[in-house]
Design a protein around this ligand. Structure first.
Ligand code: HEC
Ligand code: HEC
Length: 186
């Protein structure tokens, strides 16, 4: 009789401990971004979910995530679309309003998502390039400029050429694959 009780007790203790272990695991993955972890990498920058933005601002280059530039920079970009890096990228007034609001709401110095804080800091006030932020320059100073000559790259602005999951907001260095060069082993 005594032995049966002991057996039951140890079984119950075992169950409780297992349940706690599973719970603990879930919490950890949640913390790292469970879905990202499951697919191999978590988003560093909040991915673009705005269809209008994607339609209007991703025909010449990828839809840069709002969290890659501070609010003041986005304001300057949007106020100079008639001469946008040598192109005319003007929008209809209603698109202008909608997209400006979307960019401001997710700007690097507005959101606390992932690495946006790093992209927000420093550089010339109102700089219009992500590629001129101190964080960007520091992260790419070991990447030789001659790599950019490959027809599939062109310039550092072409994030998605090397960061194959850039559209998902994933910029992890382990996910880099440079056309004409291959995977990046630092
Ligand atoms: C007609 C083509 C075109 C459209 C449409 C366009 N862009 Fe651009 N954009 C460019 C070019 C060209 C560059 C410079 C790329 C380079 O230097 O290689 C650029 C660069 C940029 C950069 C700076 C990238 C860097 O180097 O850090 C940002 C930010 C940007 N665009 C935002 C936008 C936004 C926001 C929209 C929508 C309102 C938009 N673009 C629509 C052509 C376009
Ligand atoms: C020519 C290829 C290339 C292009 C284009 C490029 N990158 Fe990178 N990027 C790299 C490489 C290589 C590294 C890793 C550098 C290292 O660790 O020394 C890197 C690192 C990074 C990192 C840091 C990753 C980490 O794990 O610490 C971020 C963030 C990043 N890039 C963002 C961008 C963004 C945003 C753009 C576009 C505006 C861009 N990159 C364009 C090649 C590129």
């Amino acid at each position: 009789m005594m032995k049966k009780w002991l057996l039951l007790l140890s079984l119950l203790t075992g169950l409780v401990l297992t349940a706690q272990a599973v719970q603990g695991d879930e919490d950890e993955h949640e913390h790292e971004g469970w879905h990202g972890w499951f697919k191999g990498a978590a988003a560093d920058i909040k991915p673009v979910r705005n269809e209008r933005y994607r339609q209007e601002c991703a025909s010449c280059h990828m839809a840069y995530q709002p969290g890659l530039l501070p609010a003041q920079s986005w304001k300057r970009v949007m106020n100079s679309l008639d001469n946008h890096f040598g192109e005319n990228a003007e929008l209809l007034p209603e698109d202008m309003k909608l997209i400006s609001e979307y960019l401001q709401a997710g700007a690097a110095d507005t959101t606390s998502f992932g690495r946006s804080g790093a992209f927000a800091r420093g550089g010339k006030a109102g700089r219009m390039r992500i590629t001129e932020s101190p964080y960007f320059l520091r992260k790419h100073d070991e990447v030789p400029k001659r790599f950019l000559k490959h027809e599939k790259i062109g310039s550092f602005s072409n994030c998605v050429a090397c960061h194959r999951s850039a559209e998902q907001g994933v910029y992890d260095e382990h996910d880099v694959n440079i056309p004409g060069v291959g995977r990046w082993d630092d």
